[in-house]
Design a protein around this ligand. Sequence first.
Ligand SMILES: Cc1cc2nc3c(=O)[nH]c(=O)nc-3n(C[C@H](O)[C@H](O)[C@H](O)COP(=O)(O)O)c2cc1C
Length: 205
Amino acid sequence: MGDMTTILFLVGSARPDSLNARLSRVVESHLPEGVSATHFDIFSLPFYVQGGPDEATPAPVEEFRTVLREADGVFITTPEYNYSLPGVVKNAIDWASRPMAPRHAFVGKPMNAAVATISGTNGIRSLVDLKRLWAACGGAPVTTFDFVLQQAPDQFVVDDEGRETLAEPARATMHFAIANLLRSIELDAGRTVAANWDAFIANLG
Ligand SMILES: Cc1cc2nc3c(=O)[nH]c(=O)nc-3n(C[C@H](O)[C@H](O)[C@H](O)COP(=O)(O)O)c2cc1C
């Protein structure tokens, strides 16, 4: 990790008025000093095909793996579609998880996430599934505090400085989400997971 901590922001919706894209921008604008943001458009990734038609890795996939490796942590905002992750987010995880050896692009990588939904009751399943998959594949998701922005269209407000932010208590949850991700990076929360990954790969022979 260099002097500047870098967070990669990924968004699971390409809808022009996406609430999740809006939330991603709000989270980014609340990063503390010394933390910078990078972005990657996961909608530029083709559908995953094992091996690929001609074994060549598509250029957006190479780029995605590189920005993922270079980031100190990842923040994903995504809708819940039909009680789980949108396919585009799963597709991005599948691309990032290969090749497995020696370490794929997010082994030990701290990640936190948020789900913005129009619903007043749903959203948590997308968040839980995302963090479950991230952990299962050897990443290091933050599991303290669930950041689900329900009734999202009503949650965006403007603060005294004219900056878009969230109404309370969602604003406090957002600050916890950011702080927990940065703490996970600072304390190298993925170290044990990465060591276990190395042992797993060694055992594959
Ligand atoms: C195919 C589809 C399935 C959906 N399923 C859910 C769901 O299971 N839970 C939920 O909270 N919202 C669901 N929604 C509503 C989304 O919360 C809503 O469309 C939201 O605005 C999508 O995020 P976006 O604004 O970032 O595009 C669904 C929407 C679509 C299009």
